[in-house]
Design a protein around this ligand. Sequence first.
Ligand code: SAJ
Length: 412
Amino acid sequence: MTKLCVLGMGYIGLPTALLFANNGIDVVGVDINERVVNTLKTGRMPFEEEGFQELLEGAYQKKSFRASTKVEEADIFLIAVPTPFDAELHMADLKYVVSACEMITPYIKKGNLVIVESTIPPKTCEKRIRKILEKSNLKVSQDFYISHCPERAIPGNTLYEMINNDRVIGGLNQKATELTRDLYSTFVKGELYLTTCTTAEMIKLMENTYRDVNIALANELAMLAQEYNINIWEAIDIANKHPRVNIHRPGPGVGGHCIAIDPWFLTENTNDSSLITLARNINDSMPIHVLKKVKELVNGLENPVITVFGVAYKGDIADTRATPALKFIKLAEKEGYTVKIYDPFVKEFEYPILSMEEAVEGSDCIVVLTDHSEFREIDSDFLVCEMRNPNVVDSKNILPKQKNPFINYLSI
Ligand code: SAJ
């Protein structure tokens, strides 16, 4: 039985490890965080999403998964640790990837394969990772193999996408690519596209950059639309009926740990990337635009109280990483507004999360920043009753289409 050692028991590494363990691979899941490892040892997932718990139970029943804080010998090593963004230098911070490689190096044997799933700038496998792993005194592409197989699953629908999405696989040589293909074909139902290592690194970043630039375009179009007093949501919906047009949705900015940072990994080696940089700046400036809308509505009110609906970085999840809501809240406080927050999913945040009643009572303006499905059904009469002044800025176009005549609405 093939033995796989997965480094990083986070949102990607853990479900990936469990999918392998449920499909005929003997897996040891390694994390330096003892709390995560201990939780797994007690049979519980450290975080939840649909299907995760069942997958862990299945792996334990098959006796094909163990959690550990220590790396051990294996046939294949898979690195799925985070790649944070160094905001000062505008580049990828590879400290966790480097440290995972250093942990593997003493255990590398002839014939081993090392797969990197973590998002990395182009050429990282060839230049950086290879060098660290060759400290084992073995030669890459002769004695052992390296490949990149970027993760592409969307948070909120992780398992479905891990199994069904197509994958990109790029080895430093042909053998590495083929060994990686054989491993992933144990559970991936999508196509496995084989290419070079650097191409695979670039493809991952291109995908997220495409989305970021497209969202920036949507945001710019939204700002232009208000000059002509037209409804941007209707305009985009109709434009997208064209067979070759797919404009994304405008909003209060781009959050999460991928789309808001990956474009910088692509541009860190060049000064020739004005479009990508501009798109990043447009998206980062959207909270300022939303605040302008709020100012239009509360202008002239004494000590305005603002209610934020949704601080998760996107709808129907509890994840607040890099949420644009944080910048909006800080700007609103700087403006002198009192800010109250309601989010049906988020439990932990930099600011207290209130019940909907507490958050809405006495408010002068509700600002919708996340498209949680619950907001589609909101009772507008309840808002009119509870608010001090019934104003709403719906930056996600998620509130019921039927408008309440007693509420002043603004869109993005
Ligand atoms: N957003 C908009 N308008 C849109 C779409 C998204 O403003 O039309 C905003 C969201 O509200 C959110 C942010 O962008 O704040 C990012 O959300 P997302 O749903 O676009 O993406 P992520 O970050 O959750 O996941 C992305 C996915 N990449 C692509 O779709 C190309 C996912 O497949 C990747 O695996 C993931 O990044 C990753 O880990 O790289």
